[in-house]
Design a protein around this ligand. Structure first.
Ligand code: FES
Length: 138
């Protein structure tokens, strides 16, 4: 009886983990970043990226070529509601989930390059003003 209880519990846990209903939340985002400030100097080179506050689990700003940027939420697309479902490192433009083995290519719309995730990271809109103010919004 006890064993059946554990098996049922495990089934419930694993089916919950990869639920089709598990989407990255929609939250209001409207952030202005002054790229002239020293705290954003790590973003100057093409291919660099930084984490900032905001969004669901934080925001990734990736600097592409020239004045091109990409902005995503740090919440992993695979099991977004898990507490550990957060991009916790970026190496050579590839973002890695802290929970499992999912990886996303930031220069290419954060599409998945390593399973188990299937969907890209959630992207936010951005615009760059003349004064080097990067506005991030949705
Ligand atoms: S939450 Fe499991 S791969 Fe990201």
């Amino acid at each position: 009886m006890k064993l059946a209880f554990y098996i049922l519990g495990a089934l419930f846990f694993f089916s919950n983990c990869n639920s089709n209903e598990d989407y990255i939340q929609d939250v209001y985002v409207n952030i202005n970043i002054d790229l002239n400030l020293p705290e954003y100097s790590d973003l100057q080179a093409s291919g660099s990226s930084i984490f900032i506050e905001g969004g669901v689990e934080g925001v990734i700003i990736y600097h592409g070529v020239g004045n091109d940027y990409k902005v995503y939420d740090r919440n992993c697309s695979y099991e977004p509601s898990l507490p550990c479902s957060k991009i916790d490192s970026i190496d050579s433009g590839i973002a890695y989930c802290g929970c499992c083995t999912s990886a996303f290519l930031l220069s290419n719309d954060a599409n998945v390059i390593n399973a188990p995730a299937l969907l890209p990271l959630k992207a936010y809109n951005w615009s760059l003003g003349n004064n080097n103010i990067l506005r991030i919004f949705n």
